[in-house]
Design a protein around this ligand. Sequence first.
Ligand SMILES: Cc1cc2nc3c(=O)[nH]c(=O)nc-3n(C[C@H](O)[C@H](O)[C@H](O)COP(=O)(O)O)c2cc1C
Ligand SMILES: C=C(O[C@@H]1CC(C(=O)O)=C[C@@H](OP(=O)(O)O)[C@H]1O)C(=O)O
Length: 384
Amino acid sequence: MISYLDAGESHGNCLCAIIDGLPAGLNIDVNFINNLLSLRQSGYGRGGRQKIEKDKIEILSGVRFGQTIGSPITLKIANNDYKNWQDIMAPFATYTNQKQVTKPRPGHVDLVGYLKYDRNDMRDCLERSSARQTAIRVAVGAICELCLKEVGVNFYNFVSAIGNVKANIDYSNVDEIKNNLDNELLCPDKNALVEMKKIIDYASQNGDSLGGVAEVIVEGVVAGIGSYKWDKKLDARIALAVMSVQAIKAVSIGEGVENAFKYSSQVQDEIFYDSQTQTYKRFTNRLGGIEGGISNGENIIVKAYMKPIPTTRKGLRSVDVKTKEAQLSTYERSDVCATSAASVVIRAAIAFEILNAYLEKFGGDCINEFKTNVNNYKEYLKTK
Ligand SMILES: Cc1cc2nc3c(=O)[nH]c(=O)nc-3n(C[C@H](O)[C@H](O)[C@H](O)COP(=O)(O)O)c2cc1C
Ligand SMILES: C=C(O[C@@H]1CC(C(=O)O)=C[C@@H](OP(=O)(O)O)[C@H]1O)C(=O)O
């Protein structure tokens, strides 16, 4: 089993994480991690903060000569913006009223955090709740992906809706999806992309914001990962991980939402035996690759539904908690839309869960042992 703890405030010194339990001997491809970090920073509709940050991973422990050594791995990403915030964000800064948040933003943590933790300044809560945290989460997920690549598991992320503009996606042709991603919104449907950019511009001009649907496809997961025991179910674990990403308010596996409105014969994925690969396959993949909490060997498809960004330039009705007077919510700066960034984050969240489920089944103190166990199991599957 792997676990990680992460820490760091959005405008504090840095973000960091300690990952425990990765097999020894895994090659750490720093470029792969940094590419995913830059992908998370990109996206049409992102705010001014992304011009300040240039996220790069620093590895402080657990790696020698480019390989994991079996001890905890410490990761760090610097916050470039910290230099502009040290006066109020350094651990022993002298408290001032500067940048104090008193007019909570509906939909953000401000008011509930202020009440729960008895803070004087809502910033104490929003700093940790902020999606700045997702940068380190992407780094953790990227390392999990490197481990899963060793056993033939690969991840793809994209955007299938922004606001009410929906893309046309052909799930039976994953190559077409991955080869057609633009670098502004990561949407495989060129026509939808044009409309998506238009509504983001419209939201921006009106001081408003948008959400959307972010998706991930995982290729190469063997049948048999997860369990039907409630807390080991792969779909349940993925749902928890994805729902824990800021602003994600619903998760589906495959056509999970649409399937609820159909007949069984339009939904279940019928089975055939493929004698070439000696495996059982499906004519369709509407259930997104998981049955009874266990992977069935088809692609795992996850959709995450993101609400619109809570911070808006035009503000929303709120209250100044110092005076109790009606006021519009606080605005400093913000993303207008961050759904493409969220697709990178949910990819990382899912990679962590899938690696954990793999390690649970196959163990492996070192990468060779892990690979051998997975390969033996693949051979065994052919005998069934
Ligand atoms: C990649 C990403 C970027 C985000 N950027 C912003 C932002 O700029 N402004 C904002 O108010 N919320 C932003 N959010 C959403 C908030 O972090 C989130 O709504 C808030 O923490 C409250 O949590 P909840 O929406 O899960 O309840 C972003 C979320 C993600 C995933
Ligand atoms: C910093 C990031 O996202 C931030 C997430 C966020 C929020 O409230 O969640 C608010 C904004 O922070 P700031 O006010 O500093 O611009 C975003 O920029 C990032 O993704 O790297």
